[in-house]
Design a protein around this ligand. Sequence first.
Ligand code: NOJ
Length: 567
Amino acid sequence: MNRNYTFQKEIVYQIYPKSFFDPSGSGIGKLKGITQKLDTLHDLGITMLWLCPIFDSPMVDQGYDIRDYKQIHPQFGTMADMDELIDEAKKRNIKIMLDLVLNHTSDQHPWFQKALNDPQSPYHAYYHFVSGTTPPNNLRSVFGNSCWEKVEGRDEYYFHSFSKEQPDLNWENPQVRQSLYEMIGFWKSKGIEAFRIDAINFIKKPQQWTDLEPDGPDGLAKCTRIVRNHPGLEKWLKELSDTCFKPDSIMTVAETAGLSYEKLKEYIGEDGFFSMVFDFKHADLDIRSGDEWFSKTNWKPKDFKEKLERSQLEIQKNGWAACFLENHDQPRATSKYLKEHQNDLTAQKMLAVLNMTLRGTPFIYQGQELGMINFKRDTIDDFDDVSSLDQYARSLEHNLSVQEALDVVNARSRDNARIPYPWDMSEYAGFSTKVPWLKINEQAKKNGICFQAQKDDPNSLRSFYKDLIRLRNKSIYQDALCTGTIEFLDTPDDVIGYRRIGQEHTLTVFCGFNKEPLTFPCSSSKKIFGNYQHTQLNDQTITLAPFEAVILTSNIKKKGKSDHESI
Ligand code: NOJ
């Protein structure tokens, strides 16, 4: 996929449409709201918008359950609004990336409804139905309970990796694949230039549905053990890429949780299926198994650093990375990575430097640029997310107390990221004039976290992101920060240190998680960017202040490898 390198220069901003801006007073974000805010996004410096699903849907999983791939959900607006958004974005050189949900549909999708109503219909073979009077095996879905749902009135079950309202499509069936490819063509013809591809590594199912060793008190076994990254899916990924993406140089980023590094070449190598993949190994460092929120780890900055380094280097060997700290499924980066320092602006700026200077296309999730923090709720009734409700129930099943279960969900809930965007300090944060669909984060509001307060403040986190974006994409250091290679440095455990090596420049970056000043060797002498006014650079050493991030250059024009500085 790497024949076309323009995706290296993109800065992607992820929008959760339901919670971005509601100009209509309905309490739900609108496509028109995004269009109205394009100038502020352009001002930030982003070049691409990733929209979480905006298609017609019963919204059981907030749009990842699609009822009609070619219709806009009326709650977001109309197809004319979508066309307008694409056009207006284009005028500002902003591309649109859509979320492609290809592993499953909604149970309300006409294909599934036809399959349910008539087992003889060709659409029956669009899904995984198995005859019988008991579930074919003991797999547990990602959102809890059996992966098998009984068909009413028939001795038959259907398979779902996520909720029972999200039946999995049968990719073995060429007609399914053709229908999906045709739908992708529809969106391309509307001017969509990029796709984020949801749960794409779930599409291949085992030939036989045998029981697995149970891994919970419910007697079930996580389905991800067998239906995620199941051998054989590669042939379909190649077909998908060759048919839909490569011919038009479409930028793609695939959600491939649990993908082993040995597979990267096939996925993102020279002739890989995708432009890039999301690697979640560092994002899920706070939970042991990657999908059970109650199996918490006691991670240290050193663990984060090791995972991040490994991820960057493995990806560099094969292709290009997607750099992210947040998304709509993750808690806020401030709360997760900074813990009790979540409100510390200096520490937040350090995370920004990390996000924007690693090797890969940076992704910024709405509100991340303002330093949004998690939203601590006192009762499970205040959560909306299907996964939060399941993880709460499962935490109790695993003998956690009510308070412990609530703590688990508060730390990890996807609702932390899904709350309305804080535009100003008014009652509904300037998001809407009506009660929003999900409560505003009052704790963040108390701390004054909002767009209005930050947009003209040169010291704000948003301004800092803006400066970083300019430095990465528009400065003389673009060769190093944007397209340069990465090399990690031997730094103290609490410091992530690396070089970005471009054709012209070599930059050294240090991101400190240290809570006390920390001195270590460093021969780079000239600071070009940082989150402290003054950096203590001495002869051959640097002293990083708490949570300091700094970008240094030796100011030497690079001629060959031997010109690299050493610390
Ligand atoms: C991954 C998406 O990011 C998540 O929000 C969704 O619930 C699942 N895939 C199922 O589509």
